[in-house]
Design a protein around this ligand. Structure first.
Ligand SMILES: [Zn+2]
Length: 101
């Protein structure tokens, strides 16, 4: 039997119920009201999943960027120091001295 999502019109409680397609909507388990609305969750859940995934990938890529930054910065800094000298780098690119732990 399929699982349906409902929202209680009276108390706003969200719940899921498993029942046949033609069966009547169940009463709200929180307040026993029968004014419950089936929530079509396919799209919102999908969108929410996408958002969650996007959030995760944002976090992951931020960490990756930070790793990359931590890895590349000393190299870049060294290149600049070789080219321009320690003083110039310290003066014009102080962020390159920033360390990520
Ligand atoms: Zn309710």
């Amino acid at each position: 039997m399929p699982l349906y999502d409902y929202r209680c019109e009276v108390c706003g409680h969200r719940f899921t119920a498993r029942h046949g397609f033609n069966d009547p909507a169940p009463a709200c388990p929180a307040c026993a009201a029968t004014e419950v609305k089936r929530v079509i969750l396919a799209a919102p859940t999908f969108a929410q999943g996408m958002l969650t995934l996007a959030g995760d990938s944002r976090r992951a890529s931020k960490e990756q960027l930070q790793d990359k930054w931590a890895e590349e910065t000393p190299k870049l800094r060294k290149k600049l120091v070789d080219k321009l000298g320690e003083d110039v780098v310290n003066r014009s690119a102080p962020t390159l001295n920033k360390k990520y732990d």
